[in-house]
Design a protein around this ligand. Structure first.
Ligand SMILES: Cc1ncc(COP(=O)(O)O)c(C=O)c1O
Length: 398
């Protein structure tokens, strides 16, 4: 019989065993089955009524819940040590459902200003349109957070590592502050999943992931999840049900497959990232490297105390600016020129010539994106191949 007490297992083992064994009419599927179905049948009225009345376990309709998406939720809940979960079609699906379930017109939230652009836009355009006020702050500055606090503040929101300079939010400190003010602390843990960090254990109220990134890990699915106490998460589930943000069973199945290698992927990714960051730091064509694992990073001490590994995201600035950035992108042969992050391969992007090309240089600088800034999401390739690729590409970039 499989170990049921998941807490006594380490994260790597938990990720493999959390979905449990599956016995359906004496068919013991070794791998979680894919319930690619919209609805569920009932043998008779008595059974149907009991399921509808929640008197008996069972399923009704996949927009509400589904066995495969539930097993994905259960697995991530085991990793984050969460009481409850709400699964969503994407990270944005989870983030929007959290906010829509916690907030009402007239409320106010404080958010780190260094968050994923999609989240920023959702807060600024969509929440404001609903009459919810936002203050964007430097999340590493307690005074700024204190000044932004209002009697109507309901939520404090941050990512653990903030783009583009990979600032680190002090999760335990922020959790204390939020608790003292009786506001809900929401942490996007997409960049630093367990075993790197478990924000609920440090006092966060809700953790959210874009499962599209490290949890899935292979760039082949979209998914999201919110985790925390049932009292809060049941509201998120309810919102998702009626805004239609259900996770597809197939994507959940892919995510369950990906999660099994999460710990080992992260170990290799963090290892590769540290070596690459050190290599870049010593390179003549590189002006600055932003990586929390480097002693010169402004939040290195917080990172050391809080994280188990420094993550696998690096950004660096080229001395040659915009032109050097473009040449680097044309020159890479192993690193893949694309958006997103957290995949098994190393992904590289130069915001000034892609995602942020429409902005003026001074507008980019205002959000920390210099013309020569390049972002790397480090993968699991052989280290030497990555170093050789970056060496030759940097040489060509000048
Ligand atoms: C930190 C972070 N949170 C949330 C999201 C949104 O996730 P998704 O694209 O799955 O909606 C992203 C996407 O890049 C992200 O980087």
């Amino acid at each position: 019989m499989l170990e049921k007490n998941l807490k006594k297992l380490r994260i790597g083992t938990r990720a493999i065993l959390a979905a449990g064994d599956f016995n359906y009419q004496n068919i013991r599927s070794h791998i979680v089955p894919l319930f690619q179905t919209v609805n569920f049948d009932y043998a008779d009225v008595e059974e149907g009524l009991a399921v509808f009345n929640r008197e008996r376990p069972g399923y009704i309709y996949t927009r509400y819940s589904n066995p495969t998406t539930d097993l994905f939720g259960k697995t991530v809940a085991a990793l984050e040590e969460a009481e409850s979960y709400a699964v969503a079609a994407s990270g944005m699906g989870a983030i929007s459902a959290i906010m829509l379930s916690l907030l009402k017109p007239g409320d106010h939230i404080i958010s780190s200003k260094q968050i994923y652009g999609g989240t920023y836009t959702f807060f600024q355009e969509h929440l404001q349109a609903l009459g919810i006020d936002i203050s964007f702050v430097d999340i590493t500055n307690d005074d700024e957070i204190g000044d932004a606090m209002q009697p109507k503040t309901r939520v404090l929101y941050t990512e653990v590592l903030g783009n583009p300079n990979l600032i680190i939010a002090d999760i335990s400190g922020l959790a204390k502050l939020a608790r003292a003010k009786e506001i809900i602390f929401v942490v996007d843990n997409t960049f630093t999943p367990p075993p790197i960090l478990s924000p609920l254990k440090l006092g966060a109220d809700i953790v959210v992931h874009s499962a599209t990134k490290y949890l899935g890990g292979h760039g082949d699915l979209m998914g999201g999840i919110a985790l925390g106490r049932e009292e809060l998460i049941s509201k998120v589930r309810h919102t998702l049900e009626y805004y239609g943000g259900a996770l597809s069973p197939f994507n959940a199945w892919l995510a369950l497959r990906g999660i099994k290698t999460l710990a080992i992927r992260l170990e290799r990714q963090c290892h590769n990232a540290k070596i690459i960051a050190e290599f870049l730091q010593d390179h003549d064509h590189v002006k600055k490297v932003h990586y929390p694992g480097l002693p010169g990073h402004p939040h290195h001490e917080v990172a050391k105390r809080q994280l188990n590994g420094f993550g696998a995201m690096i950004s660096f600035e080229l001395k040659g600016g915009l032109e050097a950035g473009k040449k680097l992108m044309d020159a890479v042969r192993v690193c893949r020129f694309t958006v997103s992050l957290g995949e098994i391969d190393t992904l590289i992007i130069h915001p000034a010539s892609t995602s942020h090309a429409a902005l003026k240089p001074e507008e980019r600088l205002a959000i920390g994106i210099s013309d020569g800034l390049v972002r790397l999401s480090v993968g699991i390739e052989d280290m030497e191949d990555l170093l050789e690729d970056l060496r030759q590409a940097l040489q060509q970039a000048g």
